[in-house]
Write a protein that binds this ligand. Structure first.
Ligand SMILES: O=C(O)c1cc(=O)[nH]c(=O)n1[C@@H]1O[C@H](COP(=O)(O)O)[C@@H](O)[C@H]1O
Length: 356
């Protein structure tokens, strides 16, 4: 699937994914009222409204971009009719030739992750009958539970020709609370061919009030001495694990990119620069452009020299463009999809100017 994404980016010359995160407050009355008249103020109407809004945007931008990213939470909040709209959105986007990244951020113990992977990328059997439900091309995966929460997704990616984007450094303001925590690890240059160099030091000493005692750290460093250990942020350790999963030959595309990608926020460009190097074969999904403050100039280091390697998401900045500057003066609410098209074109120009 990664090769299909790369081909789409080359064809459109737009490393852009349009985030389909519909919220009722973004949806014009021109879309909502006819559905309410027909179906009443019901959850089913809400699902229908989300789908009609998405469809109009998809029809307006599908020749400009290679991919879309529906965020499941925006649908799930309307219960089963909302999830039906999520499924319809995926199916419709695929019918328009778009690659679909299901933003589901799943990850759990092994057996549960297996079920999530089946639901969002795989298939389920009911007796002899096979169903593909939320049949996205990629899913976002939360690695916090460790590798046994990710491996079931890798297996499904291999079997079904799908891909994942693993959260490495997220775009939100408090992402550093856990992700930037420093961890003592064995020092040494990261050597991709040798399978990485991370070897977390285990602390065996007692903790004092303020944290670990110096003696316990020295004990952990063992005979190598403290100098052979360095402090590294947690997100780099996750990135090195992503690089290891990505190197699996069965998951490597013909393009040289792996089915195993990473999520790194546009709001942390310096970290993006380091992470680009740690994960040479992973595509980076870069959210945080637009509504969260990320700009074209922040994106340069997320791309490889070949101009590939990253795909930038914007959700509110595109789907709600008609409500924002500079589009709100030019577009009436009923022309929201035209405003989204204009916003995609402006984003493409901004990114292309930044990455040359
Ligand atoms: O995995 C994601 O897509 C994601 C990761 C991250 O670090 N930050 C982030 O904003 N996202 C998602 O990207 C979208 C960003 O939306 P906008 O801020 O409206 O462009 C939302 O669907 C978020 O859930």
């Amino acid at each position: 699937m990664i090769d299909q994404l790369v081909a789409g980016i080359k064809k459109t010359e737009a490393p852009i994914v349009v985030g389909l995160d519909p919220q009722m407050k973004f949806i014009p009355d021109e879309v909502k009222n006819p559905v309410f008249d027909e179906m009443g103020e019901t959850l089913e109407a809400a699902g229908e409204i989300l789908f009609r809004f998405n469809k109009a945007i998809v029809d307006a931008v599908c020749d400009l971009v290679p991919a879309v990213k529906p965020q499941i939470a925006m649908y799930e909040r309307f219960g089963i009719p909302g999830l039906a709209a999520y499924q319809r959105t995926i199916d419709y986007c695929k019918s328009r030739g778009l690659v679909v990244i299901g933003d589901v951020k799943r990850g759990d113990i092994g057996s549960t992750s297996e079920a999530y992977a089946d639901a969002h990328l795989g298939r389920v059997m009911v007796g002899e009958r096979e169903y593909k439900l939320f049949d996205a091309d990629f899913a976002t995966v939360n690695p916090y539970l460790g590798s046994d929460g990710v491996v079931p997704f890798l297996k499904v990616c291999d079997a079904q020709d799908k891909g994942i984007f693993v959260l490495v450094k997220t775009s939100n303001p408090s992402s550093g609370e856990f992700q930037d925590r420093l961890v003592l690890v064995r020092a040494g240059e990261f050597d991709e061919d040798a399978g990485g160099s991370i070897d977390t030091a285990f602390f065996t000493g007692k903790k004092n009030k303020g944290g670990l005692s110096l003696e316990s750290i020295v004990l952990a460093a063992g005979k190598d001495g403290l100098r052979s250990y360095v402090l590294r942020p947690m997100y780099e350790i996750v990135a090195e694990e992503v690089a290891r999963w990505a190197r699996e030959p069965r998951l490597m595309g013909k393009s040289g990119y792996s089915e195993v990608g990473a999520v790194v926020g546009a709001t942390y460009p310096e970290m993006g620069k380091v992470l680009r190097k740690i994960m040479p074969h992973s595509f980076i999904l870069v959210p945080g452009y637009g509504a969260q403050g990320g700009k074209g100039k922040d994106l340069t280091h997320f791309f490889n020299k070949d101009g590939l390697g990253a795909i930038v998401n914007s959700s509110r900045g595109i789907i709600a463009a008609y409500k924002q500057e500079p589009y709100c003066d030019k577009y009436m609410p009923e022309n929201f999809a035209d405003a989204s098209r204009a916003a995609v074109k402006a984003m493409r120009k901004d990114i292309r100017e930044a990455i040359g």
